[in-house]
Write a protein that binds this ligand. Structure first.
Ligand code: GLU
Length: 447
């Protein structure tokens, strides 16, 4: 049996860290097993699904490197859902119901006030042909519910272990709306069965759906997949991450926060597992380390600060080739490996390289508050060509001439050469600044 998994977002909003973690876990599971990964767009909610969200999902997955082997869109498959619904109606597993939303609310409220679970009472099953004809002549159109078997439903969840539900404790789910449109609970099962999905890995908000969907798999004659339900990410205070939390969207982490794809992947692959979170530069390393058995049942907390710290650690390791495109997009087309290696230890985000580019390649107003010392130092500047040994040679000579050492020696030079108190090692920056600029800055000129 070859492993097949799917990531099935609804294109009704931007992907956020919680959704994309599930995409990543599915992808890692597929790659680890040598199986395939399906991207399925659950777009049957036509009012809320938007093409721009579908495009955004694809862009985010590609950015992370989570490419898919197969693609499906539920809105292409209405004919198939109609066919399955017709068969379920014929076998009596789908039955027509005529209650209005108001009537259903009243029923629920009454059950809850009696301290009973709000399970649908199956009143529609007691209607005769004449009742249905009367309701339809009054202009009511039915929605359709799936008749659950009142038997136990059990599965061994790859994260939760053995799970048990009583069919009688669940409400018969509505599978077809009044307007004839099929709902997710049905469409997802039909797709998983038709596309031979072997493992359904999703959030624990779907546990009760799984109990119902196992019975639907059985009713439509599909093989029941293995299930894994992951605890959902929360923020630092334990609150759930809503889809509408724009700041935690993948698009905003990429475009506004300057997060690298491997920083996000390194964090999300390990969050809520028994593995330590470490920077990884390739998805292959994460595949090698992945095992769904490492996912814990405890609620994982997503901390944006932790992501930013990991982003910095990733940048400190990334070779120039991996960021050349990003640097060019910042307008630093001439940046090279020497520049990148000089500045990367000081970056949390690639965009901060612009500041150091300005220091090495644009006029800087120096801080030159010890002109006599700086003049002595300038007189000792070696001739070019300069390389990584120039700083040591030069400051050695300045030290010998002036007797200064440590901070008294280095800080005035740094302030004059960069206009700042802190920054990348001057050994690396000096050759990038060059002799002409260095000389002027030591003389207090903006250069
Ligand atoms: N479209 C569903 C969701 O986003 C998919 C759930 C599932 O994986 O079955 O919640």
């Amino acid at each position: 049996m070859s492993v097949a998994v799917r990531f099935a977002p609804s294109p009704t909003g931007l992907l956020h860290v919680g959704n994309v973690r599930l995409a990543l876990v599915n992808w890692l599971f597929a790659r680890k097993a040598g199986g395939n990964f399906l991207l399925r767009l659950d777009d049957t909610d036509e009012e809320r699904s938007k093409p721009e969200y579908a495009e955004g999902i694809e862009r985010d997955l590609i950015w992370l490197g989570l490419t898919w082997d197969r693609f499906a869109r539920e809105s292409d498959r209405y004919g198939r859902y109609d066919e399955v619904a017709a068969a379920l109606k014929a076998s009596g597993r789908l039955y027509p119901c005529y209650e209005t939303p108001e009537e259903l609310n009243l029923k629920r409220a009454s059950l809850v006030s009696q301290g009973r679970p709000p399970i649908y009472d199956r009143a529609a099953l007691r209607l005769g042909d004449a009742d249905r004809a009367r309701l339809e002549s009054e202009g009511r159109t039915p929605h359709w519910r799936f008749k659950l078997e009142h038997t136990p439903v059990e599965w061994t969840d790859l994260v939760r272990g053995p799970v048990h539900f009583e069919g009688s404790a669940l409400s018969d789910p509505v599978l077809i709306r009044e307007d004839g449109r099929p709902l997710y609970t049905l469409t997802s099962v039909v797709d998983d069965a038709d596309l031979a999905i072997t493992h359904v890995i999703r959030g624990e908000d779907h546990v009760a759906n799984t109990a119902v969907q196992i019975q639907i798999f059985q009713a439509v004659g599909g093989a029941v997949p293995v299930f894994a339900h992951l605890p959902l990410l929360t923020d630092a205070t334990g609150q759930g991450l809503s889809k509408r939390l724009g700041s935690l969207s993948v698009a905003s982490l990429r475009e506004e926060e300057g997060i690298e794809p491997m920083a996000l992947a390194s964090l999300l692959a390990k969050l809520g597992t028994s593995d330590a979170i470490e920077p990884r530069l390739t998805l292959d390393e994460l595949v090698a380390e992945f095992d769904i058995a490492k996912v814990s049942r405890a609620t994982p907390k997503f901390d944006p600060e932790e992501l930013l710290r990991l982003n910095a650690r990733i940048l400190h390791l990334l070779p120039f080739e991996r960021v050349a495109g990003e640097l060019a997009a910042l307008g630093l087309d001439d940046a090279d490996a020497a520049f990148w290696e000089a500045v990367r230890p000081n970056l949390s985000r690639v965009a901060e390289a612009r500041d150091w580019w300005a220091v090495t390649h644009a006029p800087v107003a120096p801080v030159a508050d010890d002109p006599a010392f700086l003049a002595e130092a300038a007189a000792l500047l070696p001739e070019e060509p300069w390389d990584l040994s120039t700083w040591g040679t030069w400051t050695g000579a300045v030290k010998a001439r002036t007797g200064r050492k440590g901070k008294d020696l280095f800080l005035p030079l740094r302030r004059a050469l960069t206009g700042r108190d802190h920054g990348p090692e001057l050994k690396n920056l000096l050759p990038l600044i060059g002799r002409t600029r260095a000389q002027k800055r030591l003389a207090g000129e903006t250069a």
